[in-house]
Design a binder for this molecule. Structure first.
Ligand code: NAD
Length: 496
């Protein structure tokens, strides 16, 4: 793992030029993994110029050429999978089992999916719709894409942002979170090793207000693709709107987890614990609000508490560790403060709600936390916590369950648990979210889209739907009668 130089611009690794030094640390231990200088506006200018310079060449490659290059890219990643997993685990404070079993294989599968999808751009059939013209559809790359990613799944977020753009013939400047740049730079290096031309994938590691801002407002950035919090997404969208710039937003979430009284209780309790604690709860689709039908409520809460007791916190490189640390001490303290406020507002902390004792307490660890007796309109139920915290609340009727599930500003993901096909059908229709799982929560696949409703944003990552974000659709209409006076000319002047 190379730790110096967290910019990758025009195929070269180097430091930023802002003059502002920063450290990338392992949040589980505080160990410094890299020390570097952040990108400033000049680095963004250089990266955008590099992406612009190679756009004509890359956008004119055939789909098959792009596909073959991307398949080699996937092979490069696979050959270095262990190195990627170790780096991803350390920068994110995440257990090695999660990094090597989910983050890295998921990203490699995404590269292979988009290598195939590059050859399947779709449009309407060419035809003589007017009778006198042949209409054809072209799907064209947009230009240089400015992408901004969060820290929670650094490699997967880089993959989701970069792959559909590059597969469609665009070039990209990606700004990862300055907390977690290492694997994004390795990802771009692997593209170079696979023979993808320098400048197609550039990484600028800088702060949001400096490098992020410079990217969003850069005149040569044709589109901004942003994944992060709803608050920052709104600022980015406002700036892009002022410049009439295309924008794609993947924002925060507060996923409901609806348990009907006919669900398999053991499967549901296991799903809730895994869905709430994956990546220490720092997952935009994590199960955060369990609404449980009253007859099974107590049994559900008891079993979830019991399962949470068995979750092992530990060093991230230990394969026995189930849950790692949060991304930073700051994030841990934010989660702790939200739980404390909920306690003061009358909620019951059934499990956790503490920073662990001993050595783990010096890292950004926080105990798996189960909360009951919170009010539906309280902050712990309404706001994104982004930590290992599950709130459980009872409901009586199906109408109540679906109303409560939809009662936050967010709409990214949700799940409904039932053995009744009609309840499952109703939940999947009526829950306002980009993904509704039935009898599961969390799995994603490259072939299917991921994206939000409501304050969770708009547009899709993954799947062929993401090509709608990263391509312009052009209608080419060719007159094919060859006569000088066309029939529609009669609306202006008649033939004489
Ligand atoms: P964040 O909004 O603080 O930062 C996201 C990115 O935006 C970072 O790279 C940051 O440096 C940059 N940024 C900050 N201010 C900026 C500005 N003014 N202009 C341009 N860029 C700026 O989010 P985070 O804390 O890194 O990540 C957590 C959030 O991401 C959560 O809300 C989570 O739900 C969301 N998320 C959403 C998805 C999804 O697919 N919908 C996926 C992962 C994470």
């Amino acid at each position: 793992m190379e730790t110096s130089g967290q910019q990758f611009i025009a195929g070269k690794r180097r430091s930023g030029t802002s003059g502002e030094r920063y450290e990338v640390t392992n949040p589980a231990t505080g160990e410094v993994l890299a020390t570097d200088t952040l990108a400033g506006p000049e680095d963004v200018d250089e990266a955008v110029a590099a992406a612009r310079a190679v756009f004509a060449e890359w956008s004119r490659t055939t789909p098959a050429e792009r596909s073959e290059a991307m398949l080699r890219w996937a092979d490069q990643l696979e050959a270095r999978a262990e190195e990627f997993a170790r780096a991803e685990s350390r920068i994110g404070g995440k257990p090695i089992r999660l990094a090597s079993g989910f983050d890295i294989p998921g990203s490699i599968d995404n590269v292979r999916f988009f290598a195939g999808a590059a050859r399947h751009l779709e449009g309407r059939a060419s035809a003589e719709y007017s009778g006198e013209h042949t209409s054809t559809i072209r799907r064209e790359p947009i230009g240089v894409i400015g992408s901004i990613a969060p820290w929670n799944y650094p490699l997967q977020m880089a993959a989701w942002k970069v792959l559909p753009a590059v597969a469609a013939g665009n070039t990209v400047v990606l700004k990862p979170s300055e907390l977690t740049p290492l694997t994004s730079v390795m990802f771009a290096e692997a593209a170079q090793e696979a023979g993808i031309p320098d400048g197609v994938v550039n990484i600028v590691t800088g702060s949001g207000p400096v490098a992020g801002q410079a990217l969003v407002t850069h005149p040569d950035i044709a589109m901004v693709s942003f994944t992060g919090s709803t608050a920052v997404g709104r600022q980015v969208a406002a700036q892009a709107a002022g410049l009439a710039k295309r924008v794609h937003l993947e924002l925060g979430g507060k996923a409901p987890f609806v348990v009907f009284d006919d669900a398999d209780l053991e499967a549901t309790a296991r799903g809730a614990v895994a869905g709430a604690l994956i990546n220490a709860g720092q997952d935009c689709t994590a199960a955060t609000r369990a609404y449980v039908q009253r007859p099974v409520y107590e049994a559900f809460v008891a079993r979830v508490a019991e399962l949470m007791d068995g979750v092992r916190l530990g060093p991230v490189d230990d394969p026995a560790t189930d849950m790692g640390s949060l991304i930073s001490l700051r994030q841990r303290d934010k989660v702790a403060a939200m739980v404390e406020n909920a306690r003061e507002a009358g909620a019951t902390i059934v499990r956790g709600g503490r920073i662990p004792d001993g050595p783990l307490g010096r890292g950004a660890y926080y105990e798996p936390t189960l909360i009951t007796d919170a009010a539906q309109d309280s902050a712990i139920v309404q706001q994104e916590i982004f930590g290992p915290v599950l709130v459980c609340l009872p409901f009586d009727s199906d109408d109540d369950a679906l109303r409560l599930a939809n009662d936050t500003p967010y709409g990214l993901a949700a799940s409904a648990w039932t053995s009744n096909v009609f309840r499952a059908g109703r939940a999947s229709r009526e829950i306002q979210a980009g993904c509704v799982w039935i009898n599961d929560h969390i799995p994603i696949i490259s072939e299917m889209p991921h994206g939000g409703y409501k304050a969770s944003g708009f547009g899709k990552d993954m799947s062929v739907y993401s090509f709608d974000e990263y391509t312009n659709v052009k209608h080419v209409m060719s007159e094919n009668t060859g006569v000088p006076h066309k029939s529609w000319h009669d609306t202006v002047f008649t033939s004489r």
